[in-house]
Design a protein. Structure first.
Length: 135
């Protein structure tokens, strides 16, 4: 598990696909968060736990991160893009979309935000999430 495996990239890809699809992404993830880019003032993302839920036989997943729940359809290649979720922060509205992919070890995602309201006018930011599945 972890970093080990066959030397052949094709074999590794097949192994990852099989293990990810059979186990599914449902679970709890320790999620590291990093600000990649911002035209907004005062954006200070923080690490948080992410919980992923998926009903048996469904392609719909729900990711809950920092008390916000995002919904997406999980593609066969384990990628997803959530519907936009609006979060009110003071007099600003943050419209958030999460794009990412799952692997056996966890997931990687990018959160794209558009911010409206407030005194600084429209702005945006991008945050990276790296989720490691809790054992």
């Amino acid at each position: 598990m972890g970093c080990g495996g066959d030397d052949s990239p094709a074999d590794q890809g097949e192994e990852d696909d099989a293990s990810t699809s059979s186990a599914g992404p449902a679970g709890v993830y320790d999620t590291s968060v990093a600000l990649l880019d911002s035209t907004c003032e005062g954006i200070d993302p923080r690490d948080a736990t992410t919980t992923v839920e998926q009903e048996s036989g469904s392609d719909t997943i729900e990711l809950t991160h920092a008390d916000t729940t995002y919904t997406a359809e999980l593609a066969a290649d384990q990628t997803f893009t959530t519907d936009a979720v609006e979060v009110q922060v003071g007099d600003q509205t943050h419209s958030l979309v999460v794009q990412g992919s799952f692997s056996e070890q966890g997931f990687r995602a990018s959160v794209l935000a558009t911010v409206t309201g407030g005194t600084e006018g429209p702005c945006g930011y991008e945050v990276a999430w790296v989720g490691t599945r809790q054992r």
